[in-house]
Design a protein around this ligand. Structure first.
Ligand code: NAD
Length: 229
């Protein structure tokens, strides 16, 4: 199967399906129906069926999808064949929070180094991740075969830190800094920005209040109808 042909939205949803299956949120037995998985993930059954067909797995209308086989198919697509080593650049508040959260969470992904410019952090270990000076980035990345970099530096340092990562050989970047980075097309980049998401929620939450036609800026949130579309 050509992984590049799988749309990125589908890749995200497969990860969500797997989490739901592993957390037993939709499964009562050895098999699961598309509508059960869809309900657990707040999607439609048609979307679930389309995604699973894309990875070459089709269920049976009478018995659904066999959970073990489904998990194995998703794993074959999502999981790298070997352990992927990841580095965090910027071991500040967010970098350390990610290190603590990600510790042993994904079996095929390991945070194996951190980098920073602050002498107070260099040499320290945060949730099992040792922090190195940025000057050692190329050496450590090559030595540990690190292929992915997580960027958690201030915005004004993000572009040069990304370039350093690319120069050192990473092929994937997860960027948390609120800037648009220019990096070569061969490197896959994902941007995460909580502010953008919050603004989106605020926009739509405000829209649903407006639809109710009874906005009172001084009213308490308990007046908001949570079921409004
Ligand atoms: P912080 O100041 O606590 O941490 C930044 C760290 O980066 C510090 O340890 C600093 O020494 C280090 N640093 C600075 N320049 C560097 C360089 N050139 N190379 C390596 N390390 C360098 O800041 P924070 O609160 O952890 O935020 C980090 C970044 O994440 C900021 O850009 C912030 O805007 C962003 N952020 C994004 C989200 C999100 O939802 N995407 C949420 C919070 C913060």
């Amino acid at each position: 199967m050509n992984k590049r042909k799988i749309p990125s939205g589908c890749v995200e949803r497969l990860s969500i399906y797997r989490r739901a299956l592993l957390q037993d949120r939709c499964v009562a037995g050895p098999s699961v129906f598309s509508h059960q998985l869809a309900f657990a993930c707040r999607l439609t059954a048609a979307q679930v069926r389309r995604d699973l067909m894309l990875i070459g797995y089709s269920g049976s209308p009478t018995s659904g999808y066999e959970v073990k086989r489904l998990l194995s198919s998703i794993g074959t697509l999502l999981d790298p064949p070997q352990l992927r080593q990841v580095a965090i650049v910027g071991m500040g508040h967010l970098g350390r929070a990610i290190a603590a959260y990600m510790a042993n969470r994904l079996p095929k992904i390991r945070l194996s180094a951190g980098f920073d410019v602050n002498p107070d952090k260099i040499g320290a270990t945060f949730s099992g991740v040792r922090c190195y000076p940025v000057q050692k980035m190329s050496e450590v990345i090559a030595e540990r075969r690190i292929g992915i970099g997580i960027l958690t530096v201030p915005s004004d340092a993000a572009q040069s830190a990304a370039e350093q990562l690319v120069h050192a050989g990473v092929t994937g970047v997860l960027n948390f800094a609120p800037v648009c980075l220019h990096i070569p097309k061969r490197v896959h980049i994902e941007n995460i920005d909580m502010t953008v998401s919050l603004e989106k929620v605020a926009f739509f939450a405000c829209g649903s209040q407006r639809k109710k036609g009874n906005i009172d800026d001084n009213s308490s949130t308990s007046n908001i109808d949570q079921t409004a579309p």
